[in-house]
Design a protein around this ligand. Structure first.
Ligand code: NAG
Ligand code: NAG
Length: 251
């Protein structure tokens, strides 16, 4: 016991610090250096994933169920598995402001005979939607839901998508009605309005190349024929995204 304690004391006082400290130090320096190199990419992955998750979360309120759930699951999974490489796909940003009509600033939308309604039972998401209501009208003009979009790239391809549903008693007579999307008055998409089933949202989308960096995006309803129609149509979750380089030979 004495020898051991002496030896321990001596070793600790004289020899041990030099001998023992080195393996300890080399271990302590090697182990962190060994763990540092894996932790660096991990921490860099985490730091990368945070900016990704923030724009995605801002997108959550807008694009809702389908794209968001997949977008969220991918970065979350990639943070837990260190082997995954940084995601090459760019962060999808909704270029539409307040596309789900939930934000306080509704003034980003210019409306004509279109109203923004609060009714969670009728909204595709949240509690607000844009309502196109035609009552005994020809459906030949008037209704507009506009937003000015700035800073687009004319060499990129954009996807416009939204949800639409018919509510209430619909009377189209012999007419057919469609919801149209225009950029600076040029039609970029037109979709026949499905009146059945009532209250069930359908997804609408179209891809297009921006003709100009800034344009007024317009949604409107147009009906064929001269007869009067009654139609209660809801639009929600409007999303405009850059989806890549425009094709070399535009269609
Ligand atoms: C919406 O845009 C269209 C096309 O640019 C324009 O004719 C119409 O006056 C606009 N409506 C409103 C309410 O700003
Ligand atoms: C449309 O107008 C007719 C009369 O012109 C009227 O009988 C009918 O109730 C009106 N429909 C609606 C939905 O107001």
């Amino acid at each position: 016991m004495r020898w051991v304690s002496l030896c321990a004391v001596l070793g600790a006082a004289l020899l041990a610090p030099a001998v023992n400290a080195r393996p300890c130090q080399t271990r302590s320096t090697r182990t962190p250096s060994a763990t540092h190199s894996p932790t660096l990419p991990i921490s860099s992955i985490i730091s990368v994933s945070t900016p990704i998750s923030t724009p995605v979360s801002s997108d959550v309120s807008v694009s809702l169920s389908t794209p968001v759930s997949t977008d969220l699951s991918t970065p979350v999974g990639s943070t837990t598995t260190p082997t995954s490489t940084p995601t090459p796909e760019p962060t999808p940003v909704n270029l539409i402001q307040n596309g789900n009509f939930e934000g306080e600033d509704v003034s980003v939308w210019a409306l004509r005979t279109v109203t923004i309604e609060e009714d969670a039972a009728k909204a595709a998401s949240g509690s607000h939607y844009a309502r196109f209501y035609l009552e005994n009208e020809s459906g030949a003009g008037g209704n507009h839901l506009n937003q000015t979009i700035n800073g687009l790239d004319t060499s990129r391809l954009y996807r416009l998508s939204f949800s639409g549903a018919v509510f209430g008693l619909t009377d189209l007579g012999d007419a057919t009605c469609e919801i149209q999307a225009l950029a600076n008055g040029d039609k970029k998409g037109a979709w026949p309005i499905r009146t059945i089933p009532v209250g069930s949202y359908s997804s609408y989308d179209t891809n297009f190349i921006a003709d100009a960096e800034d344009f007024v995006l317009t949604f409107r309803i147009r009906c064929s024929g001269q007869n009067l129609v009654t139609l209660d149509f809801a639009v929600d979750d409007i999303v405009l995204r850059d989806i890549g380089t425009a094709p070399v030979s535009p269609v």
